[in-house]
Ligand binder design. Structure first.
Ligand SMILES: Cc1cc2c(cc1C)[n+](S(=O)(=O)[O-])c1c(=O)[nH]c(=O)nc-1n2C[C@H](O)[C@H](O)[C@H](O)COP(=O)(O)O
Length: 501
């Protein structure tokens, strides 16, 4: 196809429709045609999902999952065939997506935003409103989800030792994170595929973070493009990059240096996911969509029966190790933080490796089941660092199961610089959009001020270990889920159940 005059003569729908097979596969995205024939075996979500739209307009399917610049970044220019005269494209009678219809119906019946009084309320509403695939992806944890439940449980094993008769007339919840002044000691942590929950995706979190002057960590696997999320930020708004390291280090280097150029103030390398965990709720929903960003340079057809996680993460490098840290220190000036550290030995190793911080995290219970909660690891780490006089050598963050301001205060009393919050903001965004995220952050601020007053602290630097009792923290009493098929294999009264007919 002669590209020179493609800018003038538009392709017709009929011409595109002739290329509807694995041998010659053209698709239309945002009014432009692309020859994706050679790309089919490379696609992280497998060729099938593309062939479903061979010769047709694939924009609707493509939009929620791919950053808009994916094709420019990853499809050779010679395969960009030019503009299509959309008047000649046969309108696919869009079979109403029953899931989307259902979602719209449920939104009409959901509680009004003002009836949400805490972060858990958003989860309850989102569970009823969201599409099944989205709820499955956001809410799932690994294996029996013991760690996912332990993350929040752990905070219930810590009790306050409040002080009285302290002047708490003026409360200041502000602090700094990696040198950036923020109004509250929490940040929006990186969570993939924001458009599964809300068609606008991660830019909603950007706007909420701006309004409350808190930091947003931009996920590698965002639905929105990295540049879209940066563009949605206003001047002076601080953003960090969460990085899944690609087997192809050139791609990783390009992403890191681009993020630094765009003004990111921290590089959070995720180290607890050499392979994404087995999240059975997600797997059951048989995620059939495509990957969120085309980073895979291998041609293997990804097994999509493993749900969204596996479909979008085939590019992650399981060989990443401590020996790679010097290379990262050499390619960027951004502070480097290791996200997903889970024992004091690795915190000491991180300090010795020259990075600027760690996030004590088990990925929201989505990776190794029976990993300890971030807050429990924090209670192990800080006494050891204090003993060495290393407590100020790096900044230590915690995430997982943070649902109340008291959870945040407990983490800060134990020595964390701040905490990351994931699902609550996803659920607020999925149920109510930006107003939901705004309210969730405001609720946390109200809780922070009140709870600081009641424990006798007027500013963040007053928080210290004497204000908490952590003796119960290492007791683990996690209930086993009762909703597995296995729970009705044996009926103690009549022996093994008859095979259902
Ligand atoms: C809920 C959620 C968490 C994800 C997340 C996606 C979802 C839906 N994804 S994931 O698809 O790979 O698992 C990421 C991710 O992209 N990168 C990452 O570093 N952490 C990821 N995390 C972990 C997240 O950064 C926090 O560690 C975790 O969410 C904190 O727990 P709470 O959700 O309970 O606040």
């Amino acid at each position: 196809h002669d590209n020179t005059n493609s800018q003038k003569i538009k392709l017709t729908g009929e011409q595109i429709a002739q290329h509807n097979s694995p041998e010659s596969c053209w698709v239309i995205i945002h009014g432009k045609a692309y020859d994706v024939t050679e790309f089919l075996p490379e696609h992280p979500g497998g060729p099938k999902i593309i062939l479903k739209y061979a010769g047709k307009d694939a924009t609707e399917e493509y939009e929620p999952i791919h950053p808009p610049d994916t094709l420019d970044k990853y499809l050779d220019r010679s395969r960009h065939l030019g503009e299509v005269d959309m008047g000649t494209v046969e309108k696919e009678e869009k079979e109403e997506d029953p899931e989307e219809q259902g979602r719209q119906e449920r939104i009409k019946r959901m509680p009004i935003l003002e009836q949400c009084y805490n972060l858990m309320d958003f989860e309850a509403v989102a569970k009823n409103v969201m599409k099944k695939t989205a709820w499955a992806y956001y809410s799932s944890g690994a294996d029996d989800e013991i760690t996912m439940r332990e993350n929040h449980n752990a905070y219930h094993k810590i009790w306050f030792r409040p002080r009285v008769l302290q002047d708490v007339e003026h409360i200041d919840t502000s602090t700094t994170m990696l040198g950036t002044k923020v109004s509250m000691p929490f940040y929006v942590t990186a969570t993939a595929l924001g458009k599964l929950g809300n068609p606008e995706g991660e830019v909603i979190l950007t706007r909420g973070a701006k309004k409350h002057n808190v930091i947003q960590m931009i996920p590698t696997l965002a639905s929105c493009s990295f540049d879209e999320i940066c563009d949605a930020a206003e001047d002076g708004q601080c953003q960090w990059l969460q990085l899944y390291v690609n087997k192809n280090r050139d791609i990783t280097k390009r992403i890191v240096q681009h993020a630094e150029k765009r003004g990111c103030k921290g590089l959070f390398i995720t180290v607890d996911a050499p392979q994404l965990g087995r999240r059975e709720k997600d797997m059951r929903s048989k995620f059939s969509d495509v990957g969120s960003s085309v980073q895979s340079s291998s041609g293997d057809d990804v097994d999509r029966s493993q749900g969204a996680a596996r479909a979008i993460s085939s590019f992650i490098d399981p060989s990443l190790s401590w020996k790679d840290i010097p290379w990262f220190l050499s390619i960027t000036k951004m502070p480097i933080i290791l996200k997903g550290v889970q024992c004091v030995e690795d915190v000491i190793r991180a300090i010795e490796s020259g990075v600027q911080g760690v996030v004590l995290s088990n990925h929201g219970g989505r990776q190794l089941d029976f990993a300890r909660s971030g807050i429990e690891v924090l209670s192990e780490v800080m006494p050891v660092l204090r003993e060495r006089g290393w407590q100020d050598r790096i900044e230590i963050y915690v995430d997982g199961g943070v649902r109340r301001a008291t959870d945040i205060l407990k983490a800060l009393c134990l020595g964390a610089k701040g905490v990351g919050i994931g699902r609550p903001f996803l659920y607020a965004m999925s149920a109510y959009g930006l107003p939901g995220v705004d309210r969730a952050m405001q609720l946390l601020k109200d809780e922070m001020e009140m709870n600081m007053r009641l424990i006798g602290c007027s500013k963040i630097s007053d928080l210290n270990p004497t204000l908490v009792d952590v003796r119960g923290l290492s007791m683990h009493t996690a209930t086993v889920p009762s909703d597995t098929l296995g729970s009705n294999v044996y009926d103690p009264l009549v022996g093994p159940k008859e095979k259902s007919k």
